[in-house]
Design a protein around this ligand. Structure first.
Ligand code: NAG
Ligand code: NAG
Ligand code: NAG
Ligand code: NAG
Ligand code: NAG
Ligand code: NAG
Ligand code: NAG
Ligand code: NAG
Length: 513
């Protein structure tokens, strides 16, 4: 084990903040930026080899503040700094940092990588092809690109140490306040278990099973409820009626609507469609649908899109819209090439077991497809990269996530989450002695995606007073097609008109992974 104490007892360098509106971010809230040098390699700290964390702070509206909250929105590797700024008005406080990892910035190689994003079940040889393509992508990263520079140094254990370095350099009380979503919950569980004495307040929302994250050859448990949420989409659509869910106008049962979509997936597999400069294929369409399933605010527009695509009304118009959305935000879209590479860099480096052969990978791919028919064949792409990844993180937390933190952490989950199931939240909460569980009976990826007065109050009570929800209590949430927003929550909970700010919750759709 590392001697973290010597590192931490050194007199902390304080971050120097300066205003940075307009420089990088276009927002009217006042921002402060600063940088902090941290060791590139915590196992062999060498002052000559440091890594500069770039941090942006959104000052609390009420001063003096009760301390900074560090944020991580998941991915891993999504641009936290930008997320924090866009979401600042909602969360109103916190710091974010960037984790640079790119394999290559050569447009030819990027084109090669992206042109081959496929479903593992696209055709008879799809999985094999995907496996070999991943090998080639990793070759680009290691032999032709920049992977060697940082790949070993960006693992979650080092980032956990960075969070503590930031705590020290804030010059507050030396205690950690952290709010993590999705992958950010793995980071949060890791920092809390590595530094239990430093925990003041930590919320983990939209929880990954961190055992699975480090020790499985693929993310199995994450997709436990994906198909259930997909079915629930149609059930709640029929309940909501045609005003709120366009598909309901067809007067079909939920099961019949769902079957139509499955049949359409089969059509697209056999006959992909050119839209603009892209080809809409199975992986593109499924990837898009899954992204929408994570955010119930997007459910109504998803129903219009499916109606158009499958049943033909205004089909061309919607195809064009879909093409734009895909190239802007799909897993393979140009906008996402950096997060995708960061995900490989962080998650693949953290993954301990690697399939020794293609045959072993086939077993994992089949298991993924069994867990979720909707996403299993889509995520084989990442699995193929991670299983052949050339690097291991220099440090990995190897314990069992059982700990008693100095102050209890709060774990939040929706009852129906297509990406991080309630099951994983229960798993983590059983390891963190004294932790609280906030279950929201809503649908979406992370409680932050489900506007609820009850969960808002519970989170405020935790941040302000450290109060945990009483055991077994479940927050009610609006029906997913109701169009209830955080603006309504603020209005109801604190009588404050934050409509304009809360309208920005639309960004969750884009950023919360
Ligand atoms: C900055 O944001 C404002 C308000 O959202 C917008 O009108 C303006 O076009 C943006 N400017 C840039 C340079 O993005
Ligand atoms: C990265 O390291 C590997 C293994 O040491 C080496 O084979 C490869 O050439 C290096 N890549 C570059 C671009 O130097
Ligand atoms: C669905 O049912 C409503 C009410 O019975 C009817 O007005 C409408 O025409 C039906 N729509 C279709 C597509 O069958
Ligand atoms: C693979 O595709 C076939 C149709 O070509 C389908 O019947 C099967 O269910 C799919 N398997 C998985 C695991 O998605
Ligand atoms: C948590 O998940 C891990 C990995 O799936 C499993 O081994 C462990 O038994 C689970 N713990 C509990 C309490 O369910
Ligand atoms: C949770 O929500 C579902 C779906 O809206 C509803 O059927 C169920 O009764 C709710 N459960 C509780 C305990 O309120
Ligand atoms: C925090 O506790 C104080 C004292 O008990 C109470 O007055 C206040 O309402 C609590 N604040 C929140 C947000 O729960
Ligand atoms: C809140 O502000 C918005 C935008 O300025 C306005 O349209 C809305 O009527 C206001 N709502 C209330 C309840 O005052």
């Amino acid at each position: 084990m590392l001697s973290t104490r010597s590192l931490l007892s050194a007199p902390a360098l304080l971050i120097q903040w300066s205003p940075c509106n307009g420089r990088e971010f276009n927002t009217t809230i006042s921002l402060q930026c600063g940088t902090l040098p941290v060791p590139l390699d915590y196992t062999q700290p060498d002052p000559g080899k440091s890594f500069h964390l770039e941090i942006v702070k959104i000052p609390a509206p009420v001063q003096p503040s009760r301390g900074s909250i560090q944020l991580n929105f998941g991915g891993p590797g999504s641009p936290t700094r930008a997320d924090a700024v866009v979401l600042g008005p909602l969360l109103q406080q916190g710091t974010g940092k960037s984790i640079p990892f790119i394999c290559t910035d050569d447009s030819y190689y990027i084109g090669q990588i992206l042109s081959q994003v496929r479903s593992g079940n696209d055709s008879d040889n799809a999985l094999r092809r995907l496996w070999e393509r991943a090998k080639a992508d990793n070759y680009i990263c290691q032999r032709l690109g920049k992977g060697n520079d940082t790949a070993e140094f960006i693992g979650t254990a080092f980032v956990a140490r960075d969070l503590i370095s930031v705590v020290d350099a804030l010059g507050e009380d030396g205690m950690l306040r952290y709010w993590g979503f999705s992958y950010g919950t793995t980071l949060g569980a890791t920092v809390a278990v590595m530094f239990p004495e430093r925990v003041d307040k930590v919320i983990l929302d939209g929880v990954q099973n961190p055992h699975d994250y480090y020790h499985s050859p693929a993310d199995f448990e994450e997709w436990t409820d994906t198909d259930k949420v997909f079915s629930y989409y149609f059930t709640s659509c029929v309940e909501a009626g045609p005003e709120k869910c366009a598909l309901a106008a067809l007067n079909k049962t939920a099961a019949a609507l769902e079957q139509d979509v499955w049949d359409f997936f089969d059509n697209i597999r056999a006959a992909p469609i050119a839209v603009g400069s892209d080809v809409l294929d199975l992986v593109g369409l499924k990837g898009f649908v899954i992204e929408q399933l994570k955010v119930s605010a997007a459910w109504s527009s998803l129903s219009q899109l499916l109606l158009a695509l499958i049943y033909g009304s205004e089909r061309e118009l919607f195809l064009e819209k879909l093409a734009n959305a895909l190239s802007a935000g799909s897993p393979g879209g140009p906008a996402n090439i950096i997060p995708v590479q960061s995900l490989w860099g962080i998650h693949c480096g953290d993954t301990i077991p690697r399939a020794k052969s293609f045959d072993e990978a086939v077993i994992a791919a089949n298991k993924l497809s069994k867990i979720s028919r909707l996403i299993g064949d889509v995520v084989t792409w990442n699995m193929a990269h991670c299983n052949q990844w050339p690097w291991h993180a220099k440090e990995t937390y190897m314990g069992n996530f059982h700990v008693k933190t100095k102050n209890p952490i709060l774990i939040a989950s929706n009852s129906r989450d297509a990406h991080t199931p309630l099951k994983s939240a229960l798993n983590v909460s059983s390891g963190f002695e004294g932790s609280g569980l906030l279950e929201v009976n809503g649908t979406g990826h992370a409680a932050l995606n489900v506007p609820s007065v009850c969960s808002f109050k519970a989170m405020v009570a935790y941040w302000v007073n450290g109060t945990l929800p009483s055991a077994g209590s479940v927050c009610e949430a609006p029906h997913p097609f109701d169009g209830f927003t955080w603006a309504d929550v603020f209005q109801e909970a604190i009588g404050s008109n934050l409509t304009r700010l809360a309208q920005r919750q639309g960004v969750f759709r884009r950023w919360l992974h």
